[in-house]
Design a protein around this ligand. Sequence first.
Ligand SMILES: Cc1cc2nc3c(=O)[nH]c(=O)nc-3n(C[C@H](O)[C@H](O)[C@H](O)COP(=O)(O)O)c2cc1C
Length: 201
Amino acid sequence: MKYVVGMAGSSGSIYGARFIRAMAQVPGETYLIISPPAIRVFREEFQVKVTNAEDILDFSLTHWGSVDTKHVFHFRPHADIGADIASGSNIWQGMVVVPSSMKTLASVRAGLADNLIERCADVTLKERRRLIFVPRETPYNRIHLQNMLALDEAGAVILPASPGFYQNPKTLEDLGDFIAGRIFNLLGLEQNLFSKWTPNS
Ligand SMILES: Cc1cc2nc3c(=O)[nH]c(=O)nc-3n(C[C@H](O)[C@H](O)[C@H](O)COP(=O)(O)O)c2cc1C
């Protein structure tokens, strides 16, 4: 199975990092595209000197202890709107933008395809493949809400970065894994990142 994963420049780098770490542990291939603002936010949030997508993947796979990688990651430059995956003739099963800025949501909603994340999202929608956005902003203004509604109507899934607390998370990683697990569910992948809800009261 092939996937495209974009990270845009919103807060919530941990959601992207925990998701790609979890993906690394399942068989498959992922094309990774990381925007320059995402790299900047990653640096701020983890206080680490990452400068490119390779650094971010390496950090995500080692920072919490090394993981056994069963996955192949390919890197594609954010600015390369002529990359192989810019065309729907290349097949991937799903695309995730995690985290997603309001700017990337707005661009995709408007049909812009000014960079490779936006172009791949546009292609994913036109090819009627699974497209998941994990937006992070608070509060939302009406423009944000209208953009999310329009994307939902166009076939995308809006999976807000709002982890549940009924699993009694103890760490930031637990919160990241809750969102990563929800993305896995939507991609139809088995996950053990959090347990299914079982009422005990
Ligand atoms: C530290 C930092 C945190 C940010 N957090 C958010 C955020 O939570 N949500 C958001 O929509 N934009 C946020 N931004 C603004 C985006 O990075 C900015 O709109 C950028 O143009 C997004 O570009 P991209 O979507 O191509 O990555 C943040 C910027 C910085 C520097």
